[in-house]
Design a protein around this ligand. Structure first.
Ligand code: FES
Length: 115
């Protein structure tokens, strides 16, 4: 049975076969997750937040070592986290470009209200 995956806050969804990584599912859903190491668990650019891990295969020691305690906050490496069953909701990190634009717009609005 396929695994349902939802990428938030984009609300992008995909159905994938068990054994698919979160990174592969993201690509199927048309979601860009930055990578630099080609999925070798060394660049840390593919970090995502997953609160409920029941739909995931158990974390392998390699990923646990790389995360060095961050897994306690729900952080997983998209290239290493393997989807197994059910419906998994994945929170994408904020896009740094969008965050910078939002910050600049907020600053401009604040300046506009002073005039
Ligand atoms: S793609 Fe580099 S750590 Fe996942």
């Amino acid at each position: 049975m396929d695994v349902q995956v939802t990428f938030e806050p984009l609300a992008r969804k995909a159905k994938v076969r068990p054994g698919t990584t979160v990174l592969q599912a993201a690509r199927k859903a048309g979601v860009a997750i930055a990578t630099r190491c080609g999925g070798n668990a060394s660049c840390f650019m593919c970090k995502v937040q997953i609160e409920d891990w029941t739909g995931l295969a158990p974390m392998k020691e390699n990923e646990r070592k790389k995360l060095a305690g961050l897994e306690k906050t729900g952080t997983r490496l998209a290239c290493q986290a393997v989807l197994q069953q059910g419906h998994v909701i994945i929170q994408l990190p904020p896009d740094p470009l969008r965050a910078a634009i939002a910050k600049q717009l907020a600053k401009q609005q604040e300046e506009d209200t002073l005039w």
